[in-house]
Design a binder for this molecule. Structure first.
Ligand code: BTN
Length: 247
């Protein structure tokens, strides 16, 4: 029996920000979901369009024995989402660290983002208390809704005629996430490593990345057991902890 409690809201500024504000009051495994967000946030300080056509939720995590595992819980959520999308008949893959992409014949096999994840730490004077792990999954948007985005984006409705409810989608994702959670808390990213990398399709390729030091081309060599990415940068092997892989 998976242990999580879902708290539903009609409108919030951001499920992540709300979970951070109320962090002390929510037990481990609390899920916050909102129909709409007025200040939905993405990685790299971007905003996340949250006008009601997507699923928006945040998982409160505060029990990991090894705090270094917190940084890769987002990989577990990306894997859980891609497993559900595969079940829905969509060709999902993970773009390290935690974007979920899909490709479709309908769009000439071109990859587009269908889900993104934002992990944020909850800290106080005693240090790290845990994290909030927020995900947005595009559900009923059309091409018009995604007009001006940096990366091509799809919604589930753009790729399949499948009837689905956001509640069921959320439950499907959480069931997988919470099934893996106990072993993830013990062994970290290593516990899902094989399955995660089998969902990544950019390893061995030249990729364009954006890091705090700018944009550059590197060769993706491998994803490591701690969730970082090893790349060849000007002939030198280097480990990267955070970056955006650009289209
Ligand atoms: C990204 O790809 O940049 C991450 C997007 C994360 C969006 C979700 S929606 C639910 C949660 N609340 C937020 O404000 N952000 C995350």
């Amino acid at each position: 029996m998976n242990k999580y409690l879902i708290k539903k809201y009609d409108i919030l500024d951001s499920t992540n920000l709300f979970a951070l504000r109320e962090f002390a009051n929510f037990p481990d495994g609390t899920i916050i979901t909102a129909q709409r967000q007025t200040a939905g946030r993405g990685r790299m300080n971007r905003s996340w369009l949250s006008e009601g056509k997507g699923l928006y939720f945040t998982i409160v995590l505060k029990q990991a024995k090894k705090t270094e595992f917190y940084s890769s819980f987002s990989h577990l959520l990306a894997l859980s989402i891609s497993k559900v999308l595969l079940k829905y008949g969509l060709k999902a893959s993970i773009k390290w660290p935690n974007d979920v992409l899909c490709s479709s014949e309908k769009f000439s096999g071109k990859l587009g983002k269908i889900s993104g994840i934002l992990a944020q730490a909850s800290t106080d004077t005693n240090g790290l208390n845990g994290i909030v792990l927020g995900a947005g999954i595009n559900c009923t948007q059309t091409e018009v809704d995604f007009g001006s985005l940096l990366y091509p984006a799809y919604s589930i409705a753009m790729l399949t005629k499948l009837e689905f409810s956001k509640d069921t989608l959320l439950k499907n994702v959480l069931d997988i996430f919470f099934e893996f959670k106990p072993s993830f808390e013990k062994y970290g990213f290593a516990s899902i490593y094989e399955e995660y990398i089998s969902n990544c399709n950019f390893i061995g390729k030249e990729i364009k990345i954006s890091t705090s030091s700018g944009k550059e081309m590197v060769k993706a060599v491998e994803i490591n057991k701690d969730g970082t990415l090893s790349v060849l940068r000007s002939g030198k092997l280097e480990k990267i902890e955070a970056a955006d892989i650009l289209p």
